[in-house]
Ligand binder design. Structure first.
Ligand code: ZN
Length: 252
């Protein structure tokens, strides 16, 4: 990673459409990066106000608790409308300005192919914002900022990962960050007849985290998260890189 000119700049910023998205997709890496001494942050584009359970105020409080658990240095909300995310000029400018303020080196975004249209719109919006935030001629009131690398997190659609992050040592921390969204894990039917959701059904969290076990199997550790980059990174010491993790004959 290149040397940061600004000590307040973030090393890693995870951006999600709804509170709990980044915790579920990237909570492990965020926890690992925090333990490694990097400055991490989360940006929630909406407050998840379309969700079946939980008020926006609850979701904000839960998001703050999740960020605390993951050791984040910053948490931001872009104030966009749940269910109506769109990669238009105004939304892109909002995200670009936040990027210029937080100055992250690595940005985590959802996948452009996903089960939720908001996630797909967010992915396009973030890609454009990363591009325009770097340009001198793009006016937001803050100086340009160049993100070193945009990384795609794995949500619902499968992709062939560019790399895995070993999250074995932080799996309980990731689980705690997800469970901080108490409103989403409500296991009793509410009086107003709001139905149980997939997340609130018994056993969801363990089933969800079994995916990190599967990725761990693919790269030779107990739990891993999968990530993709669109352009191959330049590696200064390929021998050291390829010596990380277990040898390939242990990978399934
Ligand atoms: Zn979401």
């Amino acid at each position: 990673m290149t040397q940061k000119a600004d000590n307040n700049a973030l090393d890693l910023l995870a951006i999600g459409a709804h509170p709990d998205d980044v915790e579920m997709a990237s909570g492990g890496w965020i926890c690992v990066a925090g333990k490694q001494g990097y400055r991490t942050g989360v940006l929630h584009l909406t407050k998840g106000e379309m969700g079946t359970h939980g008020t926006p105020e609850q979701r904000v409080a839960e998001a703050a608790e999740a960020a605390r658990i993951m050791g984040c240095a910053s948490i931001d909300f872009a104030g966009m409308i749940d269910g109506q995310l769109i990669d238009d000029a105004e939304s892109v400018r909002t995200v670009a300005n936040i990027l210029r303020r937080l100055k992250p080196q690595v940005v985590l975004a959802p996948n452009e192919c996903c089960h939720h249209p908001d996630h797909e719109a967010a992915a396009r919006m973030i890609r454009k914002a990363v591009h325009f935030a770097a340009l001198n001629g793009y006016e937001t009131g803050l100086p340009p900022h160049r993100v070193q690398r945009l990384v795609t997190s794995r949500y619902s659609a499968h992709f062939e990962p560019s790399f895995y992050v070993d999250i074995s040592d932080v799996i309980e921390q990731k689980k705690a960050a997800i469970l901080a969204y108490k409103s989403q894990f409500q296991t009793v039917m509410e009086e107003d007849g709001k139905p149980l959701t997939r997340m609130s059904k018994d056993g969801f969290i363990d089933q969800f985290l079994s995916a990190t076990g599967m990725f761990g199997l693919k790269c030779g550790c107990r739990h891993a998260e999968a990530y993709r980059v669109e352009t191959a990174p330049l590696v200064g010491d390929p021998i050291a890189l390829l010596n990380e993790g277990p040898p390939q004959h242990l990978i399934r």
